[in-house]
Design a protein around this ligand. Structure first.
Ligand code: DGJ
Length: 366
């Protein structure tokens, strides 16, 4: 009896010990959760709700098979950004092989936002149907009454069927697509997909200060990013959208706002292999988005330090504190994929990202 109690106590102490261990960010290293298990939430998205951070990401399994969705979307919670509690699977794939989210489909880059009007949590993700490779290129959406889920799958589709882009200012008029005479490859794909809806792959969702939400995704065979307005309940598209950096193959979009300006960080398009990051800025969400080059500086900058963007997380309660969050993919053993978080440095309105072997939140001023 006493022996059992002793063993139990030791177990609890060990768990507490493990949980208390993470005191700094160590980019690229294994990152143990509260159970001492490497966090399994790749291509992640973050939500700050009720003074708690939530991390949603792709649950990977071992081997190449882990590049497809065998389990679903994993959720973790944290109060301090270093220590993460396993909250389990927020959205599970379906055992029904006819479901859009059938086990073995490809479900990537989930992002969750909270809708103040409906009180619902809305999860968007990039969805590829079972057995169809990357050809479906759909946006999927699921909802829940609880932040950690379970989320109920609603639908998947290609956005904005039959809709032409919105043009915010005259300077973009030279980029206007004319489907009678598509001017380039990307215009051609845009026009091809006009009747059935635009392709939607790598993606993020951004909620602005006025409560409007936007879905930003790689479209047109990954040649062009699209930024599209979501409906008031965040579960559909309104038909208003723009095209960003036409023909330049931007993936892995991460959007944030600072001092009234919008920023977008993304990558090029080279499968799982790292490439050079790129950033953009705009005074209005509707553009014009200005290409600003590579935000990374120093050794490894040409390959985004071996990773690819997935999110930029504003640190709650701190001014000018934004964390660049990236994945270092391991396509041969997906579960071993690593994360790296790096502080964004601002030189006036310019974005700079430098590698750090370790760092703490105190790099940010109050
Ligand atoms: C790059 C994307 O950014 C990832 O999310 C994933 O879709 C891989 N390509 C697949 O090759």
């Amino acid at each position: 009896m006493y022996r059992k109690i002793f063993i139990l106590l030791m177990g609890v102490m060990q768990l507490t010990w493990v949980a208390a261990q993470v005191k700094m960010f160590t980019p690229g290293k294994l990152w143990p959760d509260n159970n001492g298990v490497h966090i399994n939430a790749h291509g992640g998205g973050f939500l700050y709700f009720n003074e708690t951070y939530y991390w949603f990401g792709e649950h990977k399994i071992e081997g190449k098979k882990g590049n497809s969705a065998q389990v679903g979307v994993h959720c973790y919670s944290s109060k301090d950004l270093y220590n993460w509690k396993d909250e389990g699977i927020a959205l599970a794939v379906s055992n029904d092989s006819t479901s859009d989210i059938a086990k073995g489909c490809i479900l990537e880059r989930p992002k969750v936002v909270y809708n103040k009007k409906t009180g619902k949590f809305v999860m968007w993700f990039h969805l590829e149907l079972l057995g169809k490779g990357y050809s479906a290129a759909r946006a999927g959406v699921a909802v829940s009454d609880h932040v950690t889920g379970p989320y109920t799958f609603l639908k998947s589709y290609r956005p904005n069927a039959g809709k032409m882009p919105y043009y915010n200012d005259v300077t973009t008029s030279s980029d206007k697509v004319n489907c009678d005479h598509p001017a380039n490859k990307s215009d051609h794909f845009f026009c091809r997909d006009l009747p059935g809806g635009q392709m939607a792959r790598d993606m993020t969702v951004f909620v602005d200060d006025d409560g409007k939400a936007y879905h930003i995704f790689s479209s047109e065979e990954n040649f062009t990013l699209q930024l599209a307005e979501l409906t008031d309940d965040y579960t559909g598209h309104t038909g208003k959208f723009i095209r960003i950096y036409i023909g330049h193959q931007t993936e892995a979009p991460a959007l944030f706002k600072r001092n009234g300006k919008y920023y977008l960080i993304g990558s090029g398009c080279t499968g799982w292999a790292p490439n050079t990051a790129r950033w953009f800025t705009a005074d209005s969400i509707w553009g014009q988005w200005i290409y600003k080059g590579n935000p990374c500086i120093g050794p490894g900058a040409d390959t985004t330090f071996g990773g690819q963007s997935t999110y930029v997380l504003p640190v709650a309660g701190k001014k000018d504190a934004y964390i660049f969050i990236a994945d270092r993919w391991m396509p041969n053993n997906a579960i071993d994929g690593r994360y790296f978080w790096l502080p964004i440095e601002f030189k006036d309105d310019e974005v700079e990202i430098r590698w750090k072997d370790s760092w703490k939140l105190d790099v940010f001023k109050k």
